[in-house]
Design a protein around this ligand. Structure first.
Ligand SMILES: N=[N+]=NCCCCNC(=O)[C@@H]1[C@H]2[C@H](O)[C@@H](O)[C@H](O)[C@@H](CO)[C@@H]12
Length: 453
C-alpha cells in the first residue's frame, strides 16, 4: 500500500467553477467480478486474444476498486473540487436487469460519501462503454429493448444515490460507442456492420431520452450528455474538401447533438449511410428531442479534412498536420479547436451550460526520477488548453467546469496500458501512485484561477 500524499487540501477554490479529474470504471477499477458483479462486454473483449495491445486487460487496472480511499486522498492533495467517474452497470445489475447487487451499490455509495467528506463534487456517468455481457447476449444496443434496460438501471442509481450525487451524465460519447463498437470494431463488442450502426445510434439516443425522463421522475435536476467533439477544418477551399468537411462534421459532431436539441438528424447522415440509413417517422424523431441540462464536452483534437471517396462511409479523411505537435495517440495538439468547438455549441444550441468533461493527452512520459515525474509535454498541453477554455469563457460561453482526463494512468481501451493520460503515474508492477509535474501544475492552476481558467 503506497504512502498516501501527506498534504490534504486546506484551501478550497470557488464553488462556482468545477475543477475536476475524470476516470471510468473499467479503465481504473480492476476486480471486474468481485462481490457479485457480472461480466461486462469489456471483460470479455479484453480477455479475447488479439483484441487489446499486449493482451492487456482491466482485470487489475489501477486496482481502484480496492484503493479508492487512497485515490480520494490523491484528489484532495491535487485540490480538485469535483471528480467524474462512471458506474459499472454489471456491478449494480449483474444480469443487466432484474436483481440488484447490494455490494455494488455499497461500493459507489462509499466512494461518493468519501468524496463529499473532502468537499469534492461527484459527477456520475451512468454508462462509459461497459455494457453487461448478459445484455449483449440479448442483442445489446442493437436491441429495441435497450433503452428500457438503461432507464431501469438509471432508476436504480437515481434512487440509491440521488440524495448525494447532483451531477449526472447518461452516456459517455455515444459516437465512440457506436463507431468504435459497431462500425469500425476496434472497441467492444467489436462489430463491423454498416446496417447495425445507425440502429445502435438511434437506440442510444432513445436510451438517453429514457434515462433523462426517468431522472426527472426521480427529481434529479442536472443530467447531462457527454460527447466527443472534434472540430473539422477543410484542407483546402475546394468544393470537394468543404463538402467532405461538412459530412465529417455531421458524422462526428452533429449526429447526436442535433437529435437531442433539435429533434432531427443531420441531413448528411442519409448520404453517408445510403440504403443502410433507416426510415424514421416524425414521432420517432421528436421522441429523440431530450435536451440535457448540460453538455459534457470531451475535447482532444481537431481534424483537417480532405475529400477521399476511398474512405467510407464518410468519403473524407483526416490529413495529418506533420508540422504541428502530436500526442502519443497521434492526435494533433490544437488548443484553438477547444475554443472553436465551445463557441460552435454556443451558437448552434443556444448557449447551454457546458462542462469540459474530458481534456488531456497521452505522451511517452519519462520514467520517475527521485520521486518526481517531469511530464513537460502534458503540462504544456494543459496550460494551452486551459487558456483556450478561458478564451471561450470570455466570449460568453456558459462554461461551468473543467475535468482533466485522466486522474490516473489507466487502461486505454484497445491500447491497453501503452498510452498514459494520467496526472498521476501508476506503476505498472505495484500500481503505486506518484503525482506527476502535470498534477502539480493542475493543483497550482486551481489555486490560482479558482473561479475559472
Ligand atoms: N483524432 N482524433 N481524435 C480524438 C478522438 C477521440 C475519441 N476518443 C475519445 O474521446 C476517448 C475518450 C473516452 O471517454 C476515454 O475513456 C478515453 O480514455 C479517452 C482517451 O482516448 C477519450
Amino acid at each position: 500500500m503506497s504512502k498516501p500524499p501527506t498534504e490534504i487540501r486546506s484551501d478550497s477554490p470557488s464553488r462556482d467553477f468545477l475543477w475536476g479529474a475524470a476516470t471510468s470504471a473499467y479503465q481504473i477499477e480492476g476486480s471486474p467480478l468481485a462481490d457479485g458483479a457480472g461480466p461486462s462486454i469489456w471483460h470479455r473483449f479484453a480477455n479475447t486474444p488479439g483484441r487489446v495491445l499486449n493482451g492487456d486487460t482491466g482485470d487489475i487496472a489501477c486496482d481502484h476498486y480496492r484503493r479508492w480511499h487512497e485515490d480520494v486522498a490523491l484528489m484532495a492533495a491535487l485540490g480538485v473540487n469535483a471528480y467524474r467517474f462512471s458506474v459499472a452497470w454489471a456491478r449494480i445489475l449483474p444480469e443487466g436487469t432484474g436483481r440488484v447487487n447490494q455490494a455494488g451499490l455499497d461500493f459507489y455509495r462509499c466512494l461518493v460519501d468519501a468524496l463529499l467528506e473532502q468537499g469534492i463534487e461527484p459527477m456520475l456517468t451512468l454508462y462509459h462503454w461497459d455494457l453487461p455481457e448478459a445484455l449483449d447476449t440479448r442483442g445489446g444496443w442493437a436491441s429495441d429493448a435497450s433503452p428500457g434496460w438503461f432507464a431501469d438501471y438509471a432508476q436504480v442509481l437515481y434512487r440509491a444515490l440521488g440524495d448525494r450525487v447532483r451531477l449526472w451524465i447518461t452516456l459517455n460519447e455515444p459516437w465512440v460507442i457506436t463507431a468504435g463498437g459497431y462500425l469500425y470494431g476496434d472497441l467492444a463488442p467489436g462489430h463491423r456492420s454498416l446496417h447495425e450502426t445507425p440502429i445502435v445510434a438511434h437506440n442510444l439516443l432513445r436510451a438517453h431520452a429514457a434515462a433523462l425522463a426517468s431522472g426527472r421522475a426521480e427529481g434529479i435536476e442536472r443530467i447531462g450528455l457527454a460527447v466527443n467533439l472534434e472540430p473539422q477544418y477543410p484542407a483546402s477551399p475546394s468544393a470537394e474538401d468543404i463538402g467532405a468537411t461538412a459530412h465529417r462534421d455531421a458524422f462526428i459532431n452533429r449526429w447526436f447533438l442535433d437529435p437531442v436539441f433539435l429533434g432531427r438528424y443531420p441531413a448528411e447522415m442519409e448520404t453517408i449511410f445510403g440504403s443502410a440509413w433507416p426510415r424514421h417517422s416524425p414521432s420517432e424523431l421528436d421522441a429523440l428531442r431530450a435536451p440535457p441540462d448540460f453538455i459534457g464536452v470531451n475535447y482532444y483534437s481537431r481534424s483537417v479534412v480532405r475529400a477521399d471517396p476511398t474512405e467510407q462511409p464518410v468519403g473524407a479523411r483526416r490529413v495529418r498536420q506533420d508540422a504541428r505537435p502530436h500526442t502519443a495517440m497521434d492526435w494533433e495538439v490544437y488548443p484553438q479547436g477547444l475554443t472553436d468547438i465551445l463557441l460552435w455549441i454556443q451558437g448552434r444550441y443556444g448557449n447551454p451550460p457546458v462542462y469540459i468533461t474530458e481534456n488531456g493527452a497521452a505522451f511517452d512520459d519519462p520514467p520517475p526520477v527521485a520521486g518526481r515525474l517531469h511530464d513537460r509535454q502534458r503540462v504544456a498541453y494543459l496550460r494551452t488548453h486551459l487558456r483556450a477554455a478561458s478564451r471561450a469563457l470570455r466570449r460568453g460561453v456558459d462554461l461551468r467546469g473543467y475535468f482533466a482526463w485522466s486522474l490516473l494512468d489507466n487502461f486505454e481501451w484497445s491500447y491497453g496500458y501503452a498510452k498514459r493520460f494520467g496526472l498521476v503515474h501508476v506503476d505498472p508492477v505495484d500500481r503505486q501512485r506518484l503525482i506527476k509535474d502535470s498534477g502539480r501544475f493542475y493543483r497550482d492552476a486551481i489555486r490560482r484561477y479558482g473561479r475559472g481558467p
